[in-house]
Design a protein around this ligand. Structure first.
Ligand code: ASP
Ligand code: MG
Length: 433
């Protein structure tokens, strides 16, 4: 029989009734003869509520204390879930991240897993019991303090445990039936993707698709963990995240080439509302200016995404440089740039947090010309202005006004024939918060 790691997100365990429902699924998987390890997130919007609570105490809580606070959310759900499973006559035990052997670095709030030593988990499943593990947390050996892995980090806990235990599959249970060609909350006739490569899923997650946390996909690719994204509310098979684009070519087909033509060119359309744009206006167009500006930006700890530099006006010899970054990194970055305005000699700074980013992702675009033209044409027909553009081998991203982002996503989804004929995708739960 198989060793299965199952992860249940917050919307799947939002109240006592949901916890009992999930417990039934887990008990069934165990009774079917599988070894079962479960990773669970905090109930519903608990993590956000704890953050709100901390903000009422102080605007800048110490990171160490914030981590201890947030890990409480997962302790509540893990213990309740273990109780519910025991109630069904199946033995289950819950463990904190530390007890489960999730060792991280010491970066509070976004710690990285450096090792997984799941001896207590192995011991538990070898006795035929279900092990429940609190997601999103670990311990740093530097100080023995509790750490958290960053928002959405329970996915990473699950994939890391699956890798550490050499599980057969890591099942990520959520409130939709899998990975869709766009967020079903915005595009109701989005299509479920049956199978997606690690590379494409990485680009989708990095471009704002929230169905899987980015780090969990990086981890899955590094260790070759097959990930199955599916709903805890239905029995439908979900989306398999496995392999590389080449694997999609059917080896039994008469000609590999033909099969590849049939593989979809585009996997999906992701969107992101969490970034802001800073424009440095009137930068002297001489060597070294971009280097100096981005040294300052990096020094402020900002993780920049897109960059655009205008052609300088010959008359003035001045240029404008715009870049995007997470909204949360903006205040420190604006302050750092303002401090060097005299030294660099730029005219002014503009800040804009009313932007949205749309990304079209698909491994097939490598070998298909005309994808950008079709994307830009769809936006033109919808009357949407493009402010910035960037590309990778398998992605094209554009920045638009935030309030036209939803329309842009729908227009592009239709233009690439991604709309499903089978009716609307179901969103079973969750506030999308
Ligand atoms: N509870 C944490 C969060 O809301 C971790 C997770 O859900 O994966 O971000
Ligand atoms: Mg959550």
């Amino acid at each position: 029989m198989a060793l299965v790691v199952q992860k249940y997100g917050g919307s799947s365990v939002s109240d006592a009734h949901s916890i009992k429902r999930v417990a039934k699924r887990i008990a069934e998987a165990r009774r079917a003869g599988n070894d079962v390890v479960v990773v669970v997130s905090a109930m519903g919007d608990t993590t956000d509520e704890l953050l709100d609570l901390a903000a009422q105490i102080t605007p800048l809580p110490p990171q160490r204390e914030l981590d201890i606070l947030l890990t409480a959310g997962e302790r509540i759900s893990m213990s309740l879930l273990a109780m519910a499973i025991n109630n069904l006559g199946v033995k289950a035990k819950s463990f904190t991240g530390q007890q489960a052997g999730l060792i991280t670095d010491a970066v509070h709030g976004r710690a990285r897993i450096v090792d997984v030593v799941p001896s207590r988990i192995r011991e538990t499943i070898s006795k035929g019991q279900v092990a429940i593990v609190a997601g999103f947390q670990g311990v740093t050996t530097d100080t023995n303090d509790v750490t958290t892995l960053g928002r959405g980090g329970s996915d990473t806990t699950a994939v890391a445990l699956a890798a550490g235990l050499q599980a057969d599959v890591c099942e990520i249970y959520t409130d939709v039936d899998g990975v869709f060609t766009a967020d079903p909350r915005i595009v109701p006739n989005a299509r479920k993707i049956e199978r997606v490569t690690y590379e494409e899923m990485l680009e989708l997650a990095a471009s704002g698709a929230k169905v899987l946390a980015l780090r969990s996909v990086e981890y899955a690719r590094r260790y070759g963990v097959p990930v199955h994204v599916r709903s805890s509310f239905s029995g439908a098979t979900g989306t398999l995240v496995v392999g590389t684009y080449g694997d999609r070519i059917d080896p039994n087909a008469p000609s590999g080439e033909e099969e590849q033509m049939e593989a979809p060119i585009i996997s999906g359309v992701a969107h992101d509302r969490s970034e802001a744009k800073i424009t440095v206006v009137g930068v002297p167009d001489v060597p070294g200016m971009a280097a100096r500006i981005f040294e300052v930006v990096a020094g402020a700890g900002a993780n920049i995404d897109m960059i655009v530099q205008n052609v300088s006006a010959a008359a003035t010899g001045l240029t404008d440089i715009s870049f995007t970054l997470p909204q949360g990194d903006s205040p420190a970055t604006m302050a750092a740039l303002t401090a060097v305005q005299g030294e660099i000699g730029f005219a002014s700074l503009q800040f804009d947090d009313q932007i949205g980013k749309l990304s079209l992702v698909g491994a097939g675009m490598k070998s298909h010309p005309g994808v950008s033209a079709r994307l830009f044409g769809a936006l033109r027909d919808a009357g949407i202005n493009i402010e910035m553009i960037s590309t990778s081998e398998i992605r094209i991203s554009v920045v638009t006004r935030a309030d036209s982002l939803d329309d842009a996503v729908r227009a592009v989804h239709t233009a690439f024939d991604l709309d499903s004929a089978e009716g609307e995708a179901v969103v079973y739960a969750g506030t999308g918060r």
